[in-house]
Every structure is written in C-alpha cells, then in structure tokens.
Design a protein around this ligand. Structure first.
Ligand code: SAM
Length: 348
C-alpha cells in the first residue's frame, strides 16, 4: 500500500505532500510553516485554580517556551507545529475557527465537524489544519472519552480502530506519549471487551483483551469490527497473565519494523435475524505492506477493512488515539489534528 495515494482519496483541493509523509527518505523541505494568518478569536487560558485571561501574544510566547522545552521533538520545533498535548494545559479554552462557515468553536473537549462534501480549513492560533469532507474530531484526554458515547446505540460505530500509546524504549526516548501502563493506572474501571475469534498471529484470544476504553458503549447496535494496533513485542500480544494481572515489564531486545493489527468483533446488540447485515468474516494471518511514515504513523487501513465491517453501509467509523482525520470518520485523541497541519499538504 502507498499511504499517500490512499490518503489523497480523502481530499479534493489538496494532496498529502509525499516528502513530508515519507520523512525517512526525503529532506523535509516542505515542512516550512504556512504563511502567517490572523489569530481568529480572542484566546483565554485558565490555570487550574485561578482562571485568568491571557492575551494572544502572551499565549504565543507561552507556546514558544513550550516548543523550546524538552518535550518537543526537533522536527516539531523546526516545523512550528503546535503540541496539542501541551496546549490543553496552558490554553484549555482555546478556540478553533472553521474558515468555511466562520464558526468559532472550542478546540478541546468538543466535537468539531466538517459536514460539507469539501475539504475545510480550520485555524488555531497561527496554524491551519485541513479537515477532509464529512469528518469530525474530538480532541481531549482519555478522561473525556465517554463524551463520545452516543445517546442512541444505532448512532454507535461499526468500525473502531484503536492505536493506543504503548510502552517501548523508542516511545520513552521520544517522551511523546503517555504510556498505556500509565493510562491503566489512571483509569479506575477497566472495560474488558472480548474478541470473538482467533486474531492474526495471536493464539490465546479469549484471555487477551482489555483496554480501558468504552468499546462496548461505542459499538453500533449492528456490532463493530474492532482493530487494535499492537507493537511487535511478543509480551504485548499477551496483555494479561492467566491470573489476570498485567504484563508490564517491558524490554526491547531489537527493533522490528512491523506491528500487529488484531481484529475482533464487538457483538451486535440486537437479535433481529431478518435484518442482519452481510459481511465477510476475517481470515487469519494477512500481511499488509506499507511505506513507513513518521514515528508510529500507521497506514490508512480503512479501505482494507470495510468488507469485514458489520452493519449497513456507509459504515460509521471511529479512530481512537488518532493523529489524523479520515474523510467520513470521527477521530479522537489528544492530538487528532497532528498530521492535518497544512504543512503536510500541497495545493492541487
Ligand atoms: N495512530 C496514530 C498515527 O498513526 O499517527 C498514532 C497514535 S500514537 C501510538 C498514540 C496517541 O495517543 C498519541 O497521539 C498520543 O498523544 C495519544 N495519547 C496518549 N495518551 C493519551 C491520553 N491520555 N488521552 C488521549 N490521547 C492520548
């Protein structure tokens, strides 16, 4: 699969810049930030205990200071990219402006939608982000994920792709992610979901599955295909020991340039046999080959999965822990706009 080719099906007016996607093969000449646009809305920031309004210049200075801090990778600093993980701390009430209809909306803890059949541009501070047609994002920490649970179960999702942050030495080195282990510690209740059949490359499925995510509540009444990315570490493919405790002692022996995608079904909630949708059952042991992009960036697998998705078409799809937005999808995570920055695109 050529990810750039696949991603470009989502856009009408822009194309994904190959030189920024295939970052390991090209010099990042196209990572020059876009020309400065106006700050579109009054910005306020809130400290946890003493809320106080910040002027936009103060906020930009705070942002620069954050970017020069150790959490920001060299590439991010050079590209002038916002770190949303940091921004939510200094500017939780930051606003985003959709250029198509001039709507000004909260950027965090809010469902932002491009309902049009065209690409939309969204502005935050001095940066522009491209939203593909009929897409939504919800930018928040894990604590707010339950806000995504639909009021009506038939508004749930038929395809749920999950790419949680996983502990490994590379993630440690880059210190970009809060690890899965920390998430477990943060969340008191764990929602176990069981995958219904043998997944690719994993033997003992019934034991496996975990995740502090409300998968069941996000599932459509017709059921959902759940696709979970797991790093290539043998230990991480057996998430729990027989006694139910986590396997968390993680040591990387050497780099392996592949990851596993475990597939399973979150069961349907209705037993209406007359009305059952048809879908193809998944086979074991498929291999998807793709050209690697940025650190931990996964290839766009939606089209490969759609025939295995239960429910009526078009399928309702969500990506959890997303760093980009697909046309027709909902993207959730603490940085779903990361790869939507206009610096990753070129005009058609
Ligand atoms: N699928 C993504 C891609 O292809 O680029 C990579 C996802 S990366 C493995 C995990 C993501 O989870 C990161 O964007 C990270 O910032 C986010 N994340 C980590 N801790 C989080 C939390 N507590 N709440 C929400 N998102 C979190």
């Amino acid at each position: 699969m050529d990810p750039v080719h696949v991603l470009n099906r989502s856009y009408l007016r822009v194309t994904v810049s190959p030189s920024s996607y295939y970052s390991r093969f090209f010099k990042s000449s196209s990572t020059t930030p876009n020309s400065v646009t106006t700050v579109t809305s009054p910005l306020t920031t809130q400290k946890r205990k003493e809320p106080r309004a910040l002027k936009s210049t103060e906020l930009l200075n705070a942002l620069k200071a954050l970017k020069s801090g150790s959490r920001c990778s060299k590439r991010e600093c050079e590209g002038g990219q916002h770190s949303f993980v940091d921004l939510v701390q200094v500017a939780p009430q930051l606003e985003i402006r959709l250029v198509c209809n001039a709507a000004v909306l909260p950027a965090f803890n809010n469902l932002v939608a491009n309902d049009t059949k065209d690409d939309a541009v969204a502005e935050i501070l001095n940066n522009r982000y491209i939203m593909p047609q009929e897409s939504c994002f919800y930018m928040s920490d894990l604590g707010q994920i339950r806000n995504l649970i639909p009021a009506l179960t038939d508004s749930g999702f038929n395809l749920i792709v999950v790419d949680p942050p996983q502990e490994n030495s590379s993630a440690h080195r880059k210190s970009r992610y809060i690890s899965l282990q920390l998430i477990y510690e943060e969340v008191e209740t764990c929602y176990l979901f069981c995958l219904g059949f043998s997944p690719w490359g994993v033997r003992n499925l019934a034991q496996l599955v975990f995740l502090s995510l409300p998968i069941k509540q996000l599932t459509h009444t017709e059921g959902a295909l759940v696709a979970l990315w797991v790093t290539n570490r043998e230990k991480l493919r057996c998430f729990v020991k027989k006694n139910g405790s986590w396997i968390c002692d993680l040591d990387l022996f050497h780099h392996r340039p592949y990851e596993c995608l475990i597939l399973g079904y979150s069961p349907r909630k209705v037993n209406n046999t007359d009305n059952q949708s048809k879908f193809k059952p998944v086979n074991n042991d498929h291999v998807i080959m793709s050209i690697p992009g940025d650190y931990s960036r996964k290839p766009p697998i939606a089209d490969l999965l759609l025939e295995y998705v239960p429910g009526f078409k078009p399928s309702r799809c969500i990506e959890l822990f997303a760093r980009e937005i697909m046309a027709g999808w909902v993207a959730w995570g603490n940085e779903p706009l990361y790869f939507q920055d206009s610096k990753y695109f070129v005009k058609k």
